[in-house]
Design a protein around this ligand. Structure first.
Ligand code: GLN
Length: 488
């Protein structure tokens, strides 16, 4: 396949399928071959379901030949983070605990993608149970950044971001609990969107911190992400936090005439610790919007500095509870060294979980324990409300908020692995959106002097995915950062 094909946007590939210039089998085969060629240096995939994928592709071609195409995603390959269930496929969550687990059913998002005719063809690497910012916490392999294979791709959805950046899959799904879609998207130079909490059903997604996380799309362009979000958004009664809201036509919303948006710049996000090249790239983006006639407004999010401590109390508390189910008794790893029921639990969990997961279970158990619950967990919940209130107040003045996605470009593999605190700081600009439940998108906005991608984050009002994608699309139309490819 020529380079121009596997680096095309999903939107373009979709029109090639619709015009008959390309069949889904040809397209799927091309991505499988591309993946075979670059995967030894990228390592984004944990599993490739090649035969099933080709079968799905040929069904798609058959439908199309009978004039029964299911829409823009019909026949397009989509690979999925290994924490979202697809019946019959692996569901390892990047953990030894579930290394042999196979999903007995489809997640809501997977059902919807199948109904849209997408070709689900691979399982993507991730930090164990989505805990991490570099994908180095995977129990199986370390994914590299396609722009520089000595660097991390970001995390925890590092496989999802790297696969798109490397031209291995035009679209992927990831999950975002504290930045795990937006941060890797920024570091790999692709587009990634975290939906409003409640927009996409979490049914069939393995839970880490249930009150924070959402499934969301990755693609090369904002329009690609809009197309994938369209397919997976919507109410599902099997997720009690799924919200009944009218889903707009996201693709049509991108074409709406440019608006004079009011865009907020929170000063707290441009303070110490921000890499000068990232700062400059984001400043340039702000100037672009100003030049388009948008109103640039200084806003304040006064509790921003509490986001990381609050997140690491709430997320670990929820993780300690959610991960209690992996006990060696039912479906998870069972230690062969157990001699009685207590050692069955302790050895299975001790051998099955990696060190970051254990750290969080211990921390979460601590903040929930009697005597500390009020001091940590309850207070963190109160501050969480203050963080959300900060955003709601800012949105009285502005339509969307612009910030860097990540404080630095991709760092080197191994550089922060032994230093959890420096790893946690990678999410300093993304975590607040999860605490507040609001949507956020990251788009490419420049390159560092070392040719590493830089990301702009656009945060929106609850359920205003259409709004932030329109703001993002306006920038993308006027720049070519999304058209550059890593040389692999
Ligand atoms: N890096 C953050 C963490 O380790 C966020 C991860 C995520 O969004 N899943 O928890």
């Amino acid at each position: 396949m020529s380079e121009s094909l596997f680096y095309k946007s999903a939107t373009e590939l979709s029109s090639l399928l619709q015009s008959g210039a390309l069949s889904s089998v040809e397209l799927t085969r091309a991505f499988i071959e591309r993946t075979q060629a670059v995967e030894p240096s990228v390592k984004a995939f944990l599993q490739q379901n090649v035969e099933e994928a080709l079968a799905m592709a040929s069904e798609s071609d058959f439908r199309r030949s009978r004039g029964q195409s299911l829409g823009p995603l019909d026949g397009i390959p989509v690979a999925i983070k290994d924490v979202i269930s697809v019946k019959g496929a692996s569901l390892s969550c990047g953990s030894r605990m579930l290394s042999h687990f196979v999903s007995p059913y489809d997640a809501h998002a997977a059902e919807l993608l199948k109904a849209a005719g997408a070709v689900l063809w691979g399982r993507l690497n991730m930090d164990e149970f989505a805990m991490g910012s570099s994908t180095e916490n995977s129990a199986f392999q370390t994914t590299s950044n396609p722009w520089n294979t000595d660097c991390i791709p970001g995390g925890s959805s590092g496989g999802s971001a790297a696969a798109v950046a490397a031209g291995e899959s035009p679209l992927t799904l990831g999950t975002d609990t504290g930045g795990s879609i937006r941060q890797p998207a920024a570091l790999c130079g692709v587009v990634g969107l975290k939906p409003t909490y409640g927009l996409v059903s979490r049914y069939g997604m393995v839970a880490y911190a249930s009150s924070l996380e959402q499934i969301g799309p990755f693609g090369r362009t904002v329009a690609d992400v809009a197309m994938l979000l369209q397919a997976i958004a919507g109410h599902d009664r099997r997720d009690s936090t799924s919200y009944k809201v009218d889903i707009p036509d996201y693709t049509a919303a991108l074409q709406a005439p440019a608006k004079k948006w009011r865009l907020g710049i929170p000063k707290e996000y441009f303070a110490e610790g921000l890499d000068p090249e990232v700062r400059q790239a984001v400043r340039n983006a702000i100037e672009f919007y100003r030049a388009q006639g948008c109103e640039i407004v200084d806003v304040s999010l006064p509790h921003a500095e509490l986001a990381i401590p609050v997140y690491y109390i709430i997320a670990t508390a929820e993780a300690s509870s959610n991960l209690a189910r992996f006990d060696g008794v039912r479906y998870s790893y069972r230690s062969p060294n157990a001699t009685d029921v207590v050692s069955l639990y302790s050895k299975s969990r001790g051998e099955g979980f990696g060190s970051e997961v254990k750290r969080r279970i211990i921390l979460g158990t601590y903040v929930l324990s009697s005597g500390y619950y009020d001091a940590y967990y309850l207070r963190a919940q109160k501050v969480r409300t203050l963080i959300r209130d900060d955003f709601m107040k800012a949105y009285e003045q502005v339509d969307a908020i612009l910030t860097p996605t990540s404080p630095t470009p991709a760092f080197k593999l191994g550089e922060r692995k032994e230093d959890p605190l420096s790893m946690y700081l990678a999410d300093i600009y993304t975590i607040s959106a999860n605490l507040a439940g609001i949507p956020g998108i990251s788009i490419p906005c420049g390159f560092s002097s070392e040719n590493l991608p830089l990301g702009l984050q656009i945060l929106g009002k609850p359920y205003d995915e259409a709004g932030i994608m329109a703001v993002a699309h306006a920038f993308e139309q006027a720049h070519d950062f999304h058209k550059r490819y890593p040389s692999l």
